[in-house]
Design a protein around this ligand. Structure first.
Ligand code: IVH
Length: 678
């Protein structure tokens, strides 16, 4: 084997990785403008680190693996940390966690794992805030871990950071509270929306937005950014605690928001269980986390365990799979939805995001593409959080190919070629050729057979596409006479007598449909099962509803929960000759919407009564209370009028309570309501 040659190759690779990691460090820390996702960065960093470990003599003098975080920028004053701000080692799987636990056991010479505290790893910018005699005197970024940047003026604009520690029994002379400055997911989305509209910088993720905000030179700009802070550690301090959990409690008493979802764990099995549970919860938290940090709870043990290189031996970070990656945008496809709304969809070079292979992502609408100047051929950041549809967040401008063109949104429907319409004040283009556009008809058919509507077992998008291709169906009414094609169906590949008959029976059974489901089946914009139920309650049978929809749209607006826009949508649908014909055809083919029957349980206290909830409920959640009342047959309304039977007044009830009293409406407390619900 040519050892010399192999060494040479490794050296080349190490040099290349060193350059690349240094380059990305600079983009990330100095410009807050990364070109690759965190996961891709981690990969480069780890490859470099393991090569350096295997071939120490080839390590470069300026290796980025020796540096913690960012080189300090000179726009802010550089200040050394009294106690260094270290980083954490990473675990990516159960084996890594086992290793972490074993290392602790070996070091302490104990078979018993000491108690661990698990905290979410907040994905923001870390900061150390110093208080002397309870007064905020200085706030520093982590910088390179030894020297930070003085961002005191900026930090003082963050509302969740107290300028004075709340007076408690143990306010110390000196204490540094450490934690993460971050942005909530909804605040980040709003900020990016505003940036897009003002042609400002679009941030790839909330951590970049936070970093960019924290380093603004004008504190007024910082104040306008929706920054928040979670505390999770202490730095320099003149006070000692027995364990980490007590530190968290103390910071909370001093007036900080402390990391939530904290758990105390005793073994690897419970660590893994907690890890998967929090991963499930991750999208619903409302703020960005990229893993879990495990910390030995006992501070005396933390001191014994100490540090290896730049990370503590007593703590580690267990990373979640990345939710953001970069890939190439190969094409933009226009999809036409059931109601004619068209959505641009990114066709991507397939890539794994958050553990799932992704090749499509939404681009929302025309403005979204224009504001971000997204072009076919671009390298883009793609994000996927939980069950949410993946989306293209932004372009990596430095990777744009030499020749590209600005994207022109099509003027015509890709399915029926009808011209697309974008109404004043609307973000979306629409194909208004509702009854004749093949794409809309196909989506409408998929909707009709779906669970919440006709719920026809054995019929889904695949079968619909096939039957369309074979010419068995042209509009959704035809589904109800599929039995006329029984022989042809039996000739299709994969269709046996039993499966065909099952489908045909399911169709026959489904014809007997409740009124709310039938109204929802019509597929009108913004009329789902909930709105359809309100309509069914009000009109009782389909003919009465139809008459009102055609001739008296005012009656629709009178219903609590139905506004002008929905009423207009319904009215317009029923003005359409083609829509009316199609509905007639469906009825002719044997579909029979049953007159509305209120749900069972009508003998309860609230049955048939109109109830309004106000104030804060302390025992039941508001939606839970609404659901329970509705189950008893109550109509839950949002405003008090002379028709109201009961007002349920929670804590701090205001104007509605006054109005109810003025009108002589019966007022019940939450407990009185619960007593009647049981
Ligand atoms: S403890 C010595 N706890 O993760 C222990 N860090 O890679 C120091 N982070 O610089 C950190 N959430 O920016 C700790 N609950 C948490 C954290 C957390 C986020 C960040 C922090 C730190 C980095 C380590």
């Amino acid at each position: 084997m040519d050892l010399f040659g192999a060494d040479n190759k490794v050296e080349q690779r190490i040099k290349q990785l060193t350059q690349e990691v240094l380059h990305h460090n600079k983009l990330y820390h100095t410009h807050d403008e990364p070109e690759i996702s965190d996961a891709e960065y981690d990969q480069l960093f780890h490859e470099l680190k393991s090569l350096e470990e295997e071939f120490p003599h080839l390590k470069q003098a300026n290796s980025p693996t020796d540096q913690v975080g960012a080189a300090v920028k000179n726009t802010f004053k550089s200040v050394p940390h009294n106690v260094p701000m270290l980083s954490l080692g990473n675990c990516f799987n159960e084996e890594d966690v086992q290793d972490f636990v074993k290392r602790i056991g070996r070091f302490l010479n104990s078979g018993q794992l000491p108690e661990l505290v698990a905290e979410p790893k907040i994905d923001g910018v870390s900061c150390s805030i110093r208080y002397e005699k309870g007064l905020l005197v200085q706030a520093l970024t982590r910088g390179d871990g030894k020297v930070g940047e003085d961002i005191t003026a900026n930090v003082k604009t963050i509302k969740s950071i107290p300028h004075f520690l709340h007076k408690t029994a143990n306010v110390p002379d000196v204490v540094e509270v450490r934690g993460e400055i971050y942005m909530r997911d909804d605040d980040f989305e709003k900020l990016n929306e505003a940036q897009a509209q003002n042609s400002g910088k679009i941030f790839a993720n909330s951590r970049n937005a936070t970093a960019g905000s924290v380093r603004q030179l004008d504190p007024k700009v910082v104040a306008s950014r929706p920054l928040k802070f979670f505390a999770y550690a202490l730095g320099d301090k003149s006070i000692d605690f027995q364990n980490h959990f007590d530190e968290l409690s103390a910071m909370n008493e001093w007036g900080f928001e402390v990391v939530e979802e904290v758990a105390v764990l005793k073994d690897v099995a419970s660590i893994m269980e907690h890890y998967y549970a929090l991963q499930q919860k991750r999208p619903a938290l409302g703020y960005p986390i990229d893993g879990i940090v495990y910390k030995v709870n006992d501070i005396a043990l933390q001191k014994r365990l100490g540090f290896v290189a730049k990370a503590p031996r007593w703590a580690t970070a267990h990373k979640f799979p990345a939710e953001q990656v970069t890939t190439v945008l190969n094409d933009i496809e226009i999809q036409v939805g059931r109601t004619g709304v068209v959505t641009p969809v990114a066709k991507l070079k397939p890539v794994a995001v958050g553990g799932v292979r992704v090749s499509n992502a939404t681009l929302h609408n025309e403005d979204y593409i224009i504001e971000r100047d997204i072009r076919i051929g671009d390298t883009v950041f793609v994000e996927r959080a939980g069950d949410v549809i993946p989306k293209v967040v932004k372009v990596v401008e430095s990777k744009r190919p030499a020749v590209t063109e600005k994207y022109n949104f099509p003027k015509n429907c890709p399915s029926c070629d009808h011209s697309l319409l974008r109404e004043e004040g609307e973000a979306a283009f629409k194909c208004v050729n509702h009854t004749a556009c093949p794409a809309q008809q196909r989506e409408q058919m998929v909707h009709v057979v779906s669970k919440n509507v006709f719920d026809i077992d054995g019929l889904g998008p695949k079968q619909i596409d096939l039957f369309l291709k074979e010419g068995f169906i042209e509009d959704w009414a035809d589904i109800f006479v599929l039995k006329d094609h029984r022989d042809a169906l039996l000739n299709l590949k994969g269709f046996k007598e039993k499966s065909v008959d099952n489908i045909l029976t399911a169709i026959e059974t489904a014809k007997d449909i409740t009124l709310p489901r039938f109204i929802a089946a019509l597929g009108m914009h913004m009329v789902g099962t909930q709105v359809a139920t309100l309509l069914a309650e009000r009109f009782g049978d389909f003919e009465s509803f139809k008459q009102a929809a055609i001739h008296q749209p005012d009656q629709l607006v009178d219903i609590d929960g139905i506004g002008e826009v929905i009423a207009q949508n319904i009215h317009q649908t029923f003005q359409h000759e083609d829509s009316l014909k199609l509905i007639e055809k469906v009825l002719r083919f044997g579909v029979m919407p049953k007159p509305y029957q209120p749900p069972k349980g009508q003998d309860g206290f609230f049955a048939g009564k109109t109830v309004v909830l106000t104030g804060t409920l302390s025992t039941l959640g508001r939606s839970e209370a609404k659901e329970k009342l509705a189950q008893q047959g109550a109509k839950v309304s949002s405003s008090v009028s002379s028709k109201t039977d009961f007002l349920i007044a929670g804590e701090a009830a205001g104007s509605k309570l006054k109005k109810a009293k003025d009108l002589g409406v019966h007022v019940l407390t939450e407990q009185e309501m619960i007593a009647q619900l049981l």
